[in-house]
Design a protein around this ligand. Sequence first.
Ligand SMILES: NC(=O)c1ccc[n+]([C@@H]2O[C@H](COP(=O)([O-])OP(=O)(O)OC[C@H]3O[C@@H](n4cnc5c(N)ncnc54)[C@H](O)[C@@H]3O)[C@@H](O)[C@H]2O)c1
Length: 377
Amino acid sequence: MNQRRKWGVLDSRGGLHRGAGPILLEGTATPMCCSPLGYAGSDYLIVKFWHRFSGSNWLWSNGCCGNSKSMKNILVTGGAGFIGSNLVMTLQERFPEARIVVVDDFRSGDFENLQGYRGDFVATDVSRLDFEQQFRDLTFDAIFHEASITDTTIHDQQLQVHDNVEGFRRVLEFAVTHQTPVVYASSAATYGTKQTLMEEGMVPAPANIYAFSKVQLDNLARVYARQNLAWRIVGVRYFNVYGMNEAHKLKAASMIYQLYRQMVVGKRPRVFVGGEQKRDFVSVKDVVEMTIRAVGAPASRVYNCGSGVPFSFNDVIASLNGALGTNLEPEYIENPYSFYQPHTEADMSLAKQDLGFTPQFRPDAGIADYVQSLQKL
Ligand SMILES: NC(=O)c1ccc[n+]([C@@H]2O[C@H](COP(=O)([O-])OP(=O)(O)OC[C@H]3O[C@@H](n4cnc5c(N)ncnc54)[C@H](O)[C@@H]3O)[C@@H](O)[C@H]2O)c1
């Protein structure tokens, strides 16, 4: 059952004190969307939770002050990449007083994505970084781990698994000392070739080495979380993300961007025969919103992050035609792959229940919004 309460601090009997903003709590005695941060004196449990900040913006905050300015030090790995840079720029806007540090070795990132960034930048490989030495006494309020090899056509198994898994292990080893909340990028690729609604509880079935490395991240997070029950390690399982700052990914950019590039110069969009393969395309704007909210998750776990709407390549072409004012017919080409995922679809109910998150962009609206931004470039 949902109920609205005031924000503030929880006393030892679960009563809430101080604060004025409304928050949405799940349940009655125990507010499920609050995460314990520690104790203030013997009577008060300090909690952090979501509160309505202004208009439709939702931010998490520490219950002791109910103020978004409480997030003072934020670490983002992979911050020069597509999702990372969108996240960094949103964090900078929402937490203008915060010290933001990006760690990225530019293997698939681009400085151009961080135009206007005012924070600190460490250009190094997270899988080899001595975090303790680098940051010494700096304690972060949250760590967002986006760094990863993201080109799924890199088949070097040792490289994919070493860099992706060891990078995350180092983040966790650093974060465990102060139990800094960690939100990390998992992937829908962990589900493999399933054609049904994808639920977080499903057994992983990675079909390539990239997906296998992401399964290892989920496994590692589970081990650390079990040993540290009060700590939050939250996986955000991204589906097919599209949006600004993905151009540098070239062939690894979203299908929406690839088709846009063809159509904007008047070419017929090329897709595999039939064009009815469906993907759960999610706007990077929704991805950023949910990633930030995940800091306040009630428990360590993995959450799907999609639009919840499977959308075919033919649908994408129709939406792009609508947004561009064109009428280009698809050109169907033979599929050279023996394996090609026919359908992805995120079950978003857990994200809604625990994080109060509902994607704002259905794929057609998200594509129109994206094309508008691309045309301003
Ligand atoms: N874009 C998607 O559709 C999608 C889907 C599922 C999961 N993800 C995950 O989201 C995260 C961000 O992906 P993206 O789409 O922004 O890709 P991206 O390639 O644009 O960003 C990844 C960034 O991490 C950096 N990086 C990689 N390995 C590093 C290392 N060892 N040390 C330091 N920096 C390193 C790269 O230079 C790059 O800037 C990744 O973890 C990816 O696996 C993305």
